[in-house]
Design a protein around this ligand. Sequence first.
Ligand code: HEC
Ligand code: HEC
Length: 355
Amino acid sequence: MIHYAGARHSRSTAAFCLLILINIPIDCCHGPRVHGTDIDVKAAAVLHNLPASAQPDAREMSAAKVDLGRSLFYDRILSLDYSLSCGSCHRQQMAFSDGNTVSRGVDNEVGYRNAPTIINASVMQSLAWDGGSVTLEQQILKAIVNPVELNLDTLQLVRRLRDHGRYAEGFRAAFAEKSAISAANAASAIASFVRTISSANSPFDRYKRGDSAALSPAARHGQALFFSARTNCVACHSGFNFSDDQFHNTGLFFRYEDRGRFYVSEDYKDEAKFKTPTLRNIAHTAPYMHNGSKASLDEVLAHYNSGGVYHRNKDSLIKPLNLSPAEISDLKEFLLALSDDEVLHNPNYADPNKQ
Ligand code: HEC
Ligand code: HEC
């Protein structure tokens, strides 16, 4: 066991492993098994009802790495002025978003984008609104050094981690290397923790698994609308995580301040296009859009129903929908049924120092 975050932390890790063990009989003969201290991601996935396609890569995961990553995720020594941690902008009770239009970093520096949820990030093919990071590790290092986020350079990071004696053992346990404390290993551990943050137990999931009472008649009507050619929502919000992992312009503005995907591709056809966000846990992640410009789901739905404003890159699927107020209300019921409240209270995702 690792002690850098205190005995309480170790207890919760033990509880997580135990939950996994309890779950094994569900798929006893060809499935999950626990190997030493390795987290059995398949077992964890069964526990969270994740489909096979959404399971994190087992090679990235071990209990020691996840434990270390979780402590780092909530540690403010990762920010220049010790004021913020990852958990300040990705707050569990807000489904790992922060409730602000755009985030504020150290020194209250105003960022330029809305903090998206990080739930199910392990299935995202690219990260950030412009897909500028291909791996979680990359996104995490960027958050650490970004002047409007944690604003700490990697040398300072390593110095601080070395100075905090409590991390020496955690890094040694997670990485079988002599000088295990490095920025890359810190990012790798945090990424392992983030990969465990998953959610697939919303009323919609329960309905799909056969619990016909999980969705109200209104939500079921909204579901039919969502998946219909009339709204085309599912053309972009597709698959397990309700995202096609592609970039689109949805006609929010005539002039965008943020050039979105263009920053990555430098192709004018990508100007003002943004990654399709997941719709899971959307009840808890207001305000919406890359810049938080829509305060509520009502505003989002009013936007789609109107077809948005002209933009030369606007997707042809974004056009007036002529939905009635009752249809909009049902569509909203469906969106609300994509939220999984377990994820807000799962003790394995919480700040280990506050339990
Ligand atoms: C100051 C607030 C802030 C802090 C601190 C912060 N983030 Fe973020 N995070 C954001 C914002 C804003 C974005 C969107 C960035 C973009 O699109 O350019 C983001 C994006 C992400 C994403 C991609 C999600 C997606 O849907 O593409 C992940 C994963 C993530 N952050 C994890 C972390 C981790 C781990 C840390 C700690 C090392 C961290 N963040 C620190 C605000 C923050
Ligand atoms: C052409 C692809 C496309 C279609 C069709 C589409 N969306 Fe979106 N959706 C996106 C993109 C891209 C964004 C982010 C846009 C931005 O921030 O600039 C988004 C954002 C959202 C958001 C805000 C999510 C958040 O976390 O900020 C919601 C809610 C949403 N869409 C619901 C719907 C619904 C409901 C429909 C059908 C009426 C729909 N979308 C149709 C691509 C699409």
